[in-house]
Write a protein that binds this ligand. Sequence first.
Ligand code: 13P
Length: 341
Amino acid sequence: MNIEKLQQTAQGMAAPGRGILAMDESTPTCSKRFEKLGIPCTAEHRRSYRDMLVTTPGLGKYISGAILFDETLRQSTLSGTPFAVHLQQQGIIPGIKVDAGAKALAGHGDEKVTEGLDGLRERLAEYAAMGARFAKWRSVITIGAGMPSPACSMANAHGLARYAALCQEADMVPIVEPEVLIDGDHTIERCFEVTRDVQQMVFAQLTEQGVMMSGIILKPSMVIPGKDCVQQATIEQVAEQTVRCLQETVPADVPGIAFLSGGQSDEEATAHLNAMNRLGKKLPWAVTFSYGRALQAAAMETWGGKAENVERAQKVVSHRARMNGAAASGEYAPDMEQQAA
Ligand code: 13P
């Protein structure tokens, strides 16, 4: 384990005013999103879509790292440069999703456990040789009656810690992603309790497995009411509760916290991140984004699978990246959205 290299990568990922582009949708997830827009689900369409994203002019100004899917790491831009090389050239650190997805947890109804530890050491070595410098593993926690069960929280925390230790052994920074889902009618208070408990368990397991905190990035969900909860929260409430939760659970030597968007609208995700960075608290970690949908949804729609839309779609990517870059510094204002339009 090369401590210096890990810390350098993690600090690069958490660079001020920049964040991470999560473009690591698995083929089934990508197909679902393409299908809704009438885009053919072929390997070449996935390649050209990702090509559009990464060749957005000036992307590296606001994007510090990009998470790729296995297929994408093996593909190249239209001009024949492997995506990982092209990203490096833009000052963007390439990373790779390495989990094998969330599968039903035996004996636990609708709860899930993330798989993918078998053979992970060998896969990490291959990915590192292809240029990936960090990895991502996502666990999902559902809030509901009797959920999360201790068994589900523990199995997922343990998996995240085993994965993180393997990444660091391979000199790759693990993005540790315990996602508490926004689905359901739970209150913000309940989301706070569950997120706090899950994060505490994750850090206990990371410690147990000997993971070096200065060489990870935490990718949490925000503390937010369920999307069917009758009592929704203000932007400030979400920001305050989320930061309070992090302060109770995240060690100070973790360099960066990069949120997932988890089904929030583009502008909500940006506004929440901005509000956290404007609370005026001196936080020990960088607080930024690692958005998938909230960075890509509008651009994918604009692109629509057609080469003639690439330039327009790239303007949309560029705009969202700039808005989120501003939010990562607490310098976003909603009227910046209109200025661009
Ligand atoms: P969303 O921002 O769309 O939630 O995706 C982030 C991600 O990487 C999920 O694993």
